[in-house]
Design a protein around this ligand. Structure first.
Ligand SMILES: Nc1nc2c(ncn2[C@@H]2O[C@H](COP(=O)(O)OP(=O)(O)OP(=O)(O)O)[C@@H](O)[C@H]2O)c(=O)[nH]1
Ligand SMILES: [Mg+2]
Length: 286
């Protein structure tokens, strides 16, 4: 028996560390060697769609956050785990009573089940692939609030989704979190750009408006449909933000977690709003 235990302990200690591969586009440094147009569409995927639009269409709201490349690279460093800046899954909570009390500024990711919340967090952490973020093809996968600490800088919270067998969870968990979390600095409300606005998206948007805390819309899965369909969905989304919201950041962020489109800018935006870095300039540059 003792021998068995010793053997188990030895095996645990000797277990080889799994070095997961870092995707070649996970870092903006790697992307800077790409042709300028390709780099631009990774930084802001909307630029790749503009050729399809008539010149009279005002696209300024898709270009409001335009950090310098140096700031994007600076922000990226905060997404690399080290012995002095540990990025890690911290804890999960089923109810607000179980949520950890944390001092750091916090941002959370909400939206319909399957919209890509966990995948987005995984892409943000892709330079630290040892951080385990679970994604699934099955809707309703994330059932608790999952807290991820980014050193002492900020916390990311992955939320259960709304719309698939989970409206109760959403109301019980997400709504009470949004109403009461004092260190929450921004909510990211995800919508699937490849299918366009759904009824459940409107419910979440109305909730964010009612709570009156600042939020940002993230259009996910921009890799999944053709440019025409995507543009139609995005212009509709832009119009909705302009006409029906008052607490929403006017720019929707476009992302593909699979192809890393929009991920570098989103990292930078998170560092900016949590005060983790001070940007030189975020507006459009000449
Ligand atoms: N093509 C494409 N697929 C994506 C993208 N992001 C996520 N997916 C896929 O969408 C499915 C759901 O992703 P999740 O990240 O688990 O979605 P979720 O919003 O966390 O879902 P719940 O936890 O159920 O609320 C998975 O099969 C992902 O691979 C994307 O940018 N592009
Ligand atoms: Mg999830």
């Amino acid at each position: 028996m003792l021998g068995f235990r010793v053997c188990l302990q030895t095996r645990t200690k000797a277990r080889p560390v799994l070095h997961k591969l870092v995707h070649k586009l996970a870092s903006v440094h790697k992307a800077t060697v790409l042709p300028p147009k390709q780099l631009q569409s990774l930084l802001n995927p909307f630029t790749a769609l503009e050729d399809y639009l008539h010149r009279s269409v005002d696209t300024s709201s898709f270009h409001l956050f335009q950090p310098r490349l140096e700031d994007v690279a600076e922000a990226e460093k905060l997404f690399i785990s080290s012995s002095t800046h540990r990025i890690d899954y911290y804890t999960s909570a089923e109810r607000m009573e179980h949520a950890p009390r944390l001092q750091q500024p916090e941002v959370c990711f909400i939206g319909r089940s399957n919209v890509g919340k966990s995948s987005l967090i995984k892409a943000l952490f892709s330079l630290s692939p040892e951080v385990e973020v679970r994604v699934s093809k099955t809707p309703g996968h994330t059932k608790k609030m999952n807290f991820f600490k980014v050193g002492g800088a900020f916390t990311l919270v992955d939320m259960p989704g709304y719309g698939y067998r989970a409206p109760k969870d959403f109301v019980d968990i997400v709504e009470s979190y949004l109403y009461t979390r004092t260190n929450l600095v921004r909510t990211f409300l995800l919508m699937d750009a490849s299918v366009g606005l759904q009824q459940a998206d409107m419910v979440a948007l109305e909730m964010c408006e009612e709570i009156r805390s600042p939020y940002v819309i993230v259009a996910t899965k921009v890799d999944k449909c053709g440019s025409g369909e995507l543009l139609k969905n995005l212009i509709r989304l832009r119009d909705l933000i302009q006409s029906q919201t008052s607490c929403c950041f006017p720019q929707p962020f476009l992302i593909s977690s699979l192809r890393f489109q929009g991920i570098y800018h989103l990292r930078c935006f998170i560092c900016h709003i949590t005060g983790a870095i001070t940007l030189q300039d975020t507006s459009a540059q000449e």
